[in-house]
Design a protein around this ligand. Structure first.
Ligand code: HEC
Ligand code: HEC
Length: 434
């Protein structure tokens, strides 16, 4: 869908360029004729004008392409504070509002995540969703619930490299946290789901996760248990039969309550100076300086926050280091691009990466520095800061030099980790009290 809109706008631009070129030849002919230029001169003039138009067209195409990268048919919502107005279409999100491109000041998480117009949260819906989330009867052999792989007492994941579903079958990917998933416009490592509602149906029917044969089978399981019928009526209105869509909607509504609160980072950017210690502060500066923040964009520290203009996918690895990739078996599943995962509560969700093969946060950060930013790892000061004579002089012919970081030392990695630890806002105090 996103590709289609992108290529149709591309076609429109190309057609425009063609018509424009034709017009240019006519204009050049006219001007050239008045200036008394011979036909070859007129053509040259047309060519000269054309180059300008062509360059402009290329810029326009680039802007359109970048703008639509990874965008989905569900238009992302603006920041939650602005979501009060609902749109007509049942599942539609409120109109897009572009705010906070990544170069703006650091952002704290807003208080409540956005919700689609077709699934407004209510206490009854959330209560139903919580029960469904924890119900093992929703799996083929009645042993696995959502909560089995997304433990809310921990980081919202399962602490395993790859998850175990019914019959202890191992899947191929690491379970990301459900905590703060509500902020993301694309879900799963490869971004294949566009909403929590859409996502929730996946694991129920996935043969290695909960392995239910069909949505109807899920509904039948629920209908046989006492209490659900009343809870459905309360959540969706009297007379509404239990249905698979409702199951997904209730679970999604519950997931929208699973959000970080008061992470030290959020408190710091909201004005509490003492919320971050020196190491975390150095790490925060480094996170920006070396470019982590261009992919892990605050406040979600993903690129899949809802209002980010540059698309949710990024290449991984950018700088292929075959030895390093093989060591962590990251060469086994090569995709051109992955959805940038959120780093919220990342200190709680080891092991890391899509295959869960990276055990510590330190190692994950080292991998990112090398594979995504092309940096080296070294404690050698000469290597760490490559000093190149800059064009700026101090007036005494001494060149003021611009340093550029080429390598990260162990203390840099520790600072980055300290910063990532400041993104822990779970278990949220309010929830823990319940
Ligand atoms: C057997 C373990 C398992 C079960 C059970 C399970 N999940 Fe997951 N969950 C995973 C794994 C693994 C992924 C990542 C899969 C992928 O990206 O391909 C995932 C991804 C997700 C995500 C996306 C998070 C993100 O950042 O993209 C959400 C949300 C989620 N699960 C919610 C649920 C819900 C709701 C249920 C119950 C209906 C559920 N899960 C049941 C293992 C599980
Ligand atoms: C070019 C974009 C890009 C840059 C730059 C980048 N990352 Fe990542 N990051 C990703 C992607 C994509 C993944 C998912 C990789 C995968 O497939 O497992 C990821 C994964 C991670 C993870 C693992 C998350 C998890 O839950 O498993 C951590 C931690 C992380 N990045 C931290 C950083 C840090 C720190 C920096 C700066 C040193 C950084 N990243 C720079 C794109 C980027």
């Amino acid at each position: 869908m996103a590709m289609m809109t992108a290529s149709s706008s591309l076609l429109a631009i190309l057609a425009g360029v063609f018509v424009g070129a034709l017009a240019l030849v006519l204009v050049a002919n006219e001007i050239g004729g008045r200036a008394g230029l011979p036909p070859p001169g007129r053509l040259l003039l047309a060519g000269g004008l054309g180059f300008g138009v062509f360059a402009f067209a290329i810029k326009a195409i680039l802007i359109v392409e970048i703008g639509s990268m990874g965008r989905d048919d569900l238009a992302p919502t603006p920041r939650p504070r602005a979501t009060a107005h609902a749109t007509a279409a049942d599942e539609a999100w409120p109109a897009r509002a572009r705010v906070s491109p990544f170069w703006s000041t650091w952002q704290a998480l807003p208080a409540t995540p956005p919700e689609p117009a077709g699934n407004r949260s209510t206490a009854a819906k959330i209560a139903l969703g919580k029960r469904l989330f924890e119900d093992r009867d929703l799996s083929a052999d009645r042993t696995v619930a959502c909560a089995s792989c997304h433990g809310l007492a921990g980081g919202g994941d399962d602490g395993r490299a790859v998850s175990l579903g019914v019959g202890n079958q191992a899947g191929g990917r690491n379970a990301p946290s459900v905590v703060d998933a509500a902020w993301l416009s694309r879900l799963f490592w490869d971004g294949r789901a566009g909403s929590l509602e859409e996502q929730a149906k996946g694991p129920l029917l996935n043969p290695v996760e909960m392995a239910m044969p069909s949505g109807e089978a899920v509904v039948a399981r629920i209908a046989e248990k006492p209490g659900y019928e009343e809870m459905f009526a309360e959540a969706f209105g009297p007379g509404r039969a239990i249905d698979f869509d409702g199951v997904a909607k209730a679970i999604a509504a519950f997931e929208r309550t699973l959000v970080s609160r008061d992470a030290p980072y959020d408190r710091f950017v909201s004005g509490e100076d003492g919320a971050l210690g020196p190491a975390a502060l150095r790490g925060m500066a480094l996170f920006e300086e070396i470019g982590c923040r261009s992919c892990h964009i605050d406040p979600t520290f993903s690129a899949a926050g809802r209002d980010k203009p540059f698309g949710v996918y990024r290449p991984f690895p950018v700088f292929a280091d075959d030895g390093l990739l093989a060591r962590h078996r990251l060469d086994e599943e090569r995709r051109a691009a992955w959805r940038v995962p959120s780093l919220r509560n990342v200190a709680l969700t080891a092991p890391y990466m899509h295959n869960g093969a990276v055990e510590s946060l330190e190692e994950a950060v080292r991998l990112m520095a090398v594979l995504q930013l092309g940096l080296k790892l070294s404690n050698d000061p000469a290597l760490r800061m490559a000093v190149t004579p800059g064009p700026v002089e101090d007036g005494n012919r001494r060149s003021l030099t611009a340093g550029r970081r080429r390598a990260l030392g162990d203390d840099d990695i520790a600072d980055l980790v300290a910063f990532l630890e400041s993104l822990t806002g779970w278990p949220a105090a309010a929830l823990a009290a319940k």
